[in-house]
Write a protein that binds this ligand. Structure first.
Ligand code: GFB
Length: 310
């Protein structure tokens, strides 16, 4: 439906895990990618407008966001709400003013109600209360979906949204205070192995279930949607299966090579009990992920060893 070849495609957030994966995906096909220098603060309206006026992208991918794991979300509510609202509002409005042909906004599975039906269909949005640990981020991401819908309705813009599940892979944040669970477990297992420890401590009860998607699958899904989807409703992007955090910890220990016990720090929050997304909409469009979880964790661990581990 929309061809990316010979288009000027701007990736907002190209230094992050998601933006850099989408860049790799596009460059493999020889497609030109535009990026903005670090000085362009995406929270500043004038800076964003000026950059768009000078650079004139044809398509825009909104992969820029203030992101983090459960504790970071809970600890910095103002930043997670304000920064994300400003980034997405500036990018979407500037795209409209610059006559951008296609825009993809990336949200998160935490937009859905805490106790949504499982697997979660797209139309579960705004049907119940959010999970309190990440409601600030979720509200900002819901506003981003609504902005895309509003610009479609009022200005006939081809602005679409994708909702990825929990992501991991090369370029992830491995800082134990601010990261998501999967990179945190890789780091903990690796450091325990080096120290000769016989256990790792994980947050919460380990009972919550999560779905994980390798960022290269996510990038392929994003490119697929840019080329093949045009609609008001957002589209779920997941792997289709979930597991408990305890099961994940065991899998990470196996990949890292740690034969250790899993200890729980229940002073830390569990978050939402389960958020497996229903992927039937994107499957019906003709896309599916290809990277299995264990294989993906091995890939992420290799990247960690080469780029983060000292
Ligand atoms: O990945 P995570 O931080 O975020 O945590 P959410 C997932 C689960 O793993 C929670 C547990 O039940 C955590 O308590 N967990 C166990 C750990 N050990 C650890 C650890 O060492 N570090 C971390 N971070 N978790 C996020 C949202 O929710 O998901 C964001 O806060 C975003 O807004 C993202 O939507 C995708 O899956 O709970």
């Amino acid at each position: 439906m929309y061809t990316l070849e010979n288009k000027r495609i701007y990736i907002a957030g190209h230094r992050g895990m998601v933006g850099s994966a989408i860049r790799r995906q596009l460059e493999k096909r020889g497609i030109e990618v535009l990026t903005a220098p670090r000085e362009v603060d995406l929270r500043e309206q004038t800076a964003v407008r000026d950059w768009f006026a000078a650079s004139r992208p044809d398509a825009v991918i909104v992969a820029a966001a203030k992101v983090g794991g459960i504790l970071a979300n809970d600890s910095f509510p103002a930043e997670f709400l304000y920064d994300n609202l400003m980034i997405e509002a500036n990018l979407i409005e500037a795209s409209h003013r610059s006559d951008v042909e296609k825009l993809l906004f990336l949200g998160s599975s935490c937009i859905y109600p805490k106790l949504a039906p499982q697997p979660i269909p797209e139309d579960a949005l705004l049907t119940g209360p959010l999970e309190p640990t990440n409601e600030w981020y979720a509200i900002a991401k819901i506003a981003g979906i609504k902005l895309c819908q509003a610009y479609r309705r009022q200005y006939y813009r081809d602005f679409i949204s994708a909702m990825p599940t929990n992501l991991y892979g090369p370029g992830d944040n491995f800082d134990l205070k601010s990261s998501h669970v999967l990179p945190a477990l890789i780091r903990k297992a690796h450091e325990a192995k080096l120290a000769g420890d016989s256990s790792i401590t994980i947050w919460g009860t380990g009972a919550p279930r999560r779905e994980f998607l390798h960022v290269d699958d996510l990038a392929a899904g994003c490119v697929f949607l840019l080329e093949n989807y045009s609609g008001e409703e957002h589209v779920n992007l997941g792997s289709g299966t979930d597991l408990t955090i305890n099961e994940l910890a065991e899998m990470v220990c196996k990949v890292v090579g740690l034969d250790g016990e899993i200890v729980h720090d229940t002073s830390k929050p569990d978050g939402t009990p389960r958020k497996l997304m229903d992927g039937s909409k994107i499957a019906a469009l003709g896309w599916k992920p290809t990277i299995g979880l264990e294989q993906g964790i091995a890939d992420a661990y290799e990247w960690f060893l080469e780029n983060v581990a000292s």
